[in-house]
Design a protein around this ligand. Structure first.
Ligand SMILES: [Zn+2]
Length: 233
């Protein structure tokens, strides 16, 4: 028994969801769950297959990157998660995957324009793509530098309104108010990326959704007067 049991369970369930939703094969991808009060997050151990994961082998790490609890080494992407928790207020979960269509856009180094309401229901506007990491940033600390590139891409964006990004040449990172939220956004991003690819295949000159339709869809699901789904009693 440990005070981090619930956090490790949350992180494990989210990681298993990555595999269940087929967002990553082999050992690719990872998710973490953050407890801001304790200042720690639980993350997938490095190099383990999804079938091997259990709450007990999740690794608990503090915001300095030190292992607070756990026998295994944390995911190699741990420092990127750490930068996002430090920089994005209200974020409680982060997910990284290598899902095919999202990676295709990241490799093309292009943000995904909001072409339709499926996209607008998930996020307000374009899914941004970061700059390519510089030689200096990579040499200094690759994973930390990756996190900083994401933060840079969000200088004029609200992370909880746009809970997803493409890291140039690499792949998607998503986040949310829980680890499971972050994974669900990873699945939504993959579908949005697939639809955008097909739209440009049908019409290479396809235009983004007009602002008024985009806002309407985003607001009815996420705004103050949201009316999507069942009302909470
Ligand atoms: Zn990766």
């Amino acid at each position: 028994m440990s005070k981090y049991d619930a956090l490790r369970e949350e992180a494990c369930a989210a990681n298993l969801e990555i595999a269940r939703l087929e967002l990553a094969i082999l050992t690719w991808g990872n998710a973490s769950a953050f407890d801001p009060a304790a200042g720690v997050f639980a993350i997938k151990p490095s190099g383990l297959e999804y079938e091997e994961l259990s709450p007990g082998n999740m690794v608990v790490v503090d915001l300095e990157g030190k292992v607070a609890e756990g026998a295994l080494r944390p995911s190699s992407d741990t420092k990127t998660h750490l930068v996002l928790y430090r920089s994005f207020e209200g974020v409680r979960g982060v997910c990284h995957s290598h899902s095919t269509y999202a990676v295709a856009w990241a490799q093309a180094r292009r943000g995904i324009p909001c072409l339709g309401t499926t996209h607008a229901d998930q996020t307000a506007g374009e899914v941004p793509c970061t700059a390519m990491i510089s030689e200096e940033a990579l040499a200094k600390d690759y994973e930390l530098g990756t996190g900083e590139l994401i933060v840079e891409a969000f200088r004029d964006r609200k992370p909880l309104e746009v809970p997803m990004v493409l890291v140039a040449g690499h792949g998607p990172f998503t986040w949310g108010k829980s680890a499971m939220d972050a994974v669900r956004y990873a699945a939504a991003l993959e579908e949005v990326a697939r639809m955008a690819s097909l739209t440009f295949q049908v019409d290479p000159a396809a235009e983004p959704l007009p602002e008024h339709v985009m806002r309407k869809h985003y607001e009815r699901k996420h705004g103050a007067g949201a009316y999507y789904g069942q009302m909470k009693r």
